[in-house]
Design a protein around this ligand. Structure first.
Ligand code: PMP
Ligand code: GLN
Length: 383
């Protein structure tokens, strides 16, 4: 294999899902939702297929979806985007990230990201011949915090892009306005483009609020905002995502996208356009379901003697597994199916820099209540 893919053989998600399948363990590893989707959305796909929307859609995406995305950004964040030139539909957020990085970075450029981070970021940097520079989020007792000095120290003349993810996988952190302001100030001072991955934008709990950095003064023109339908509508298999930003940045990503996949699933895009218009009511129901599962999991982990962190958003709870006598989350996760019949993911897998707190393990709660309850019972029994 080529150097750029060496060491990428199997992602941690695939490895742990295979482990769950082999051992019959409850899978709280990969963030694959077990929850329902809006019936109208599912019917919309069948209708679109039967109506013949089965050929290549326009290169930048089905116009109705691009319009719905632009309206969504206006409604949610007060940001105006031209659906013709400032919105690009992609094959999931995964392709949006790849297209953004490939479209914006030259070999030798540096991409700043926060550690821990979603595994695709380092992979995309490598595919582009760029270097990921990981700035650790400080793991305190209250959660994960931006360290402004560490961020400032990471900037070099080669820095090109800052890759942000809020709400954050794997920690469940929501970046606060004061943290976003620090990031915005650094990016403006050093001329960095921001790529912000907001796939969990609607999954924010307990009155916490998601803010997009694109809405801060002076940031819209240097920011690509990425999201996707997978988490918002429990349709991770559909792979429809999008990015929004100023014409030039979207054009750069579109140039790469057209030769990665050209276009993606026309009938899915057509169906999503109308569901995105009514996302607010849907998301409210989904959040209350997810909060129930999160609370069940958090309390269950505590009853099992582990130390869970608070998750303000997303799909995942972090737990300190040292009370079970483990300082190594990788070993903990390899042994957990045998010991308890549960699969989780070592948080170390999300660290690119050296300072991974090895004792952290990520448990996902985007599951039916009965699955979470089953997992919790197993953990408590084997504690
Ligand atoms: N970014 C983050 C932070 C994620 O957790 C995921 C997970 N699936 C993705 C991107 C990929 O999204 P998609 O499935 O739309 O490609
Ligand atoms: N985003 C999901 C997770 O973090 C799944 C991603 C994947 O399987 N590539 O678990």
């Amino acid at each position: 294999p080529a150097a750029r893919v060496r060491g990428m053989a199997t992602s941690i998600f695939t490895e742990m899902t295979d482990l769950a399948r082999r051992t019959g363990a409850v899978n709280l590893g990969q963030g694959v939702p077990e929850l329902a989707s809006p019936p109208a959305l599912l019917e919309g796909v069948s209708r679109a297929v039967l109506a013949g929307e089965n050929q290549y859609p326009p290169a930048r995406g089905v116009p109705a979806l691009r319009e719905a995305v632009a309206e969504h950004q206006l409604r949610q964040y007060g940001l105006t985007y031209d659906p013709e030139r400032e919105v690009l539909v992609t094959t999931g957020a995964t392709e949006a990230l790849a297209a953004a990085v490939l479209g914006l970075c030259d070999p030798g450029d540096e991409i700043i990201a926060f550690d821990p981070c979603y595994d695709a970021y380092a992979a995309d940097a490598r595919l582009a011949g760029a270097q990921l520079v990981a700035v650790p989020l400080a793991a305190g007792s209250e959660g994960f915090e931006l360290d402004p000095d560490a961020l400032r120290a990471a900037v070099t003349p080669r820095s090109r892009v800052l890759l942000l993810n809020t709400p954050h996988n794997p920690t469940g952190k929501v970046f606060r306005p004061d943290e976003l302001a620090v990031i915005a100030e650094v990016c403006q001072r050093h001329g960095l483009t921001v790529v912000t991955d907001e796939v969990y934008e609607h999954l924010v709990y307990d009155g916490a609020r998601h803010h997009t950095i694109a809405a801060l003064p002076g940031m819209r023109e240097r920011t690509l905002v990425i999201s996707s339908a997978g988490k918002t509508f429990n349709v991770t298999g559909w792979k429809v995502g999008w990015l929004c930003g100023p014409t030039e940045l979207v054009g750069a990503a579109a140039s790469a996208k057209q030769f990665l996949t050209y276009v993606s699933g026309a009938p899915y895009q057509a169906a999503l356009a109308s569901s995105l218009d009514s996302v607010s009511e849907w998301a409210e129901r989904l959040r209350s379901e997810l909060v129930r599962s999160r609370d069940l999991l958090t309390e269950g982990l505590r009853s099992a003697g582990l130390r869970p962190y608070r998750a303000d958003a997303g799909y995942f709870v972090q737990a300190d597994v040292r009370p079970w006598g483990h300082a190594d989350g990788v070993r903990f996760c390899r042994e957990l199916p045998e010991r308890a019949g549960v699969v989780a993911i070592p948080t170390a897998a999300f660290y690119q820099g050296a300072e991974a707190p090895g004792w952290l393990v990520r448990f996902s709660f985007c599951k039916r209540g009965e699955s979470v309850r089953d997992a919790v019972d197993r953990l408590v029994r084997s504690a």
